[in-house]
Write a protein that binds this ligand. Structure first.
Ligand SMILES: Cc1cc2nc3c(=O)[nH]c(=O)nc-3n(C[C@H](O)[C@H](O)[C@H](O)COP(=O)(O)OP(=O)(O)OC[C@H]3O[C@@H](n4cnc5c(N)ncnc54)[C@H](O)[C@@H]3O)c2cc1C
Length: 446
């Protein structure tokens, strides 16, 4: 079935698939620049109805953030910023007919909301992100929770609260696995989650679950195959983070390769088992499988679409890809490498593409994307962060730690909000958030 092809007829149709950190910013920018002046017809497609900024997932998982207060409704954002939103998961494309195919969408009762359909495009932008890579390790899908969506983070949070309530209500001794949390993968996600959980479990226990003594009963174990935590970041950040996690009594198991995950335990390649009631898999990424089936477009081993420096796919100049789902050369970097899968990269690419798509419409030559690494910040609880800043502020890397680092970490989300909502709405929401904290529990308790 096809949808109304008359939608946007007569205008250049730009279809963006994926309303994440990059795609929603791009749709908003293009809507404001081109959609508002009827210079192009902009459509955003996402398989979900609301947007959540992924770097916040560890805060949702620990309960320190109520995600319902941070969801952005695609329909409302589209209405306010002059683009259209259509729901559906990308299932394929037809490059000759210039159509994008979407799966049917059903509600939670299984009742059909939208049928399988296809939409026409003149220019297509694919920004469907990535998901955790389980490297086909046995038991991960069945027994570990991944941290890719707000629903998974919320699911983990509910299991965490239930584990604490269960342990509190129990008259027998706790089993060896109870209140033990194993986080597999000590990249930024795993490290930030461990630090956040240290605080939120103690806060949760204070709300009347007083038979639990966190220092005695709760254990957080971070498991990493590399020789150090945060293996992708400079060693200095890794050392600083490890020092703080040690203070927070997080067990760090480096050089520890996971062979399998089973119910209530993680099995290491050495044969050792680590008991755990809650197991999080946060190691590595891969792009969605559907990218391998897009009418012959080139992909790499982790399903990312291979693009030119202009972010156009190698085989079709009318199809662009960016963010985590694209393999983009990091020009100027020595030794040669790819742009890392980060929110700051998706943001920079969205800003770049907004300008370039206006040129594309006018048939002008496109400029290459140059990634600027401004450094990395890793949050370690409510008020602390460590990291290194690069770029104009610092010659080389400026290492920072503490409240200032945490403030700058928070600014990353503010920047995302600013690009979606502008100054006034972001300011009002920030003030409302501060006021709300005076009347609500410090963490989400259900
Ligand atoms: C827990 C966690 C913490 C992180 N922390 C940081 C951090 O501190 N700093 C940092 O820079 N980066 C961080 N990242 C990485 C960052 O979140 C990603 O690099 C960034 O979100 C990528 O943006 P994107 O637009 O490419 O994809 P995403 O933001 O993942 O958005 C993809 C969108 O595509 C939609 N979609 C997926 N499949 C389909 C389909 N088939 N059809 C239609 N729609 C689809 C999804 O619903 C989603 O809306 C973190 C990631 C995680 C998981």
């Amino acid at each position: 079935m096809q949808t109304k092809d008359t939608e946007g007829l007569g205008l250049h149709r730009i279809v963006i698939v994926g309303g994440g950190a990059g795609g929603l910013e791009l749709a908003t920018l293009l809507g404001n620049q081109l959609g508002k002046r009827k210079l192009a017809h902009i459509t955003l497609i996402d398989k979900n109805r609301t947007h959540i900024w992924k770097p916040m997932l560890h805060e949702i998982a620990s309960g320190s953030m109520d995600y319902t207060l941070h969801e952005i409704d695609y329909l409302a954002q589209a209405h306010w910023h002059h683009f259209r939103y259509r729901i559906g998961a990308l299932t394929g494309i037809d490059r000759a007919q210039k159509r994008v195919y979407l799966d049917a969408y059903a509600d939670t009762d299984g009742e059909l909301v939208t049928p399988q359909r296809s939409l026409p495009y003149d220019t297509l932008v694919i920004a469907i992100g990535s998901r955790t890579n389980d490297f086909n390790i046995p038991g991960v899908a069945e027994h570990a929770i991944e941290m890719d969506t707000a629903a998974q983070a919320e699911h983990f949070h509910q299991k965490l609260v239930n584990a604490c309530i269960r342990a509190h209500a129990q008259t027998d001794n706790l089993h060896a696995y109870q209140l033990q949390v194993a986080i597999i993968g000590a990249g930024a996600t795993g490290v930030e989650l461990a630090a956040e959980l240290h605080k939120s479990i103690r806060t949760l226990v204070k709300y009347g679950l007083d038979t639990i003594e966190a220092d005695r009963d709760v254990n957080l174990t971070l498991i990493e195959a590399a020789p150090r935590i945060l293996p992708g970041l400079p060693e200095r950040i890794s050392v600083d983070a490890a020092r703080i996690l040690t203070k927070l009594k997080v067990n760090m198991r480096t050089d520890a390769r996971v062979a399998a995950v089973a119910e209530h335990q993680v099995l290491l390649a050495t044969g050792e088992t680590i008991p755990a009631e809650l197991i999080v898999w946060a190691a590595g990424i891969r792009a969605p499988e559907v990218l391998k089936t897009l009418d012959g477009l080139e992909t790499n081993a982790i399903n990312q679409l291979i693009v030119q420096p202009t972010l156009q796919t190698t085989l079709d100049k009318n199809i662009f890809a960016f963010g985590d789902c694209a393999s983009v050369d990091w020009l100027e970097h020595q030794p040669p490498t790819k742009v890392p899968p980060r929110a700051q990269a998706a943001h920079q690419q969205a800003v770049h593409l907004a300008k370039q798509l206006a040129r594309h419409l006018q048939g002008q030559a496109l400029e290459d994307f140059h990634y600027h690494d401004f450094g990395s910040l890793v949050s370690l609880g409510e008020n602390w962060a460590v990291g290194g800043l690069m770029g104009n502020i610092a010659r080389g890397t400026l290492f920072i730690e503490g409240y200032l680092a945490r403030f700058m970490y928070n600014m990353l989300y503010k920047k995302h909000q600013l690009s979606l909502h502008g100054f006034w709405k972001t300011s009002i929401e920030t003030i409302a958030g501060i006021l709300r904290r005076t009347t609500t529990p410090r963490i989400k308790l259900h």
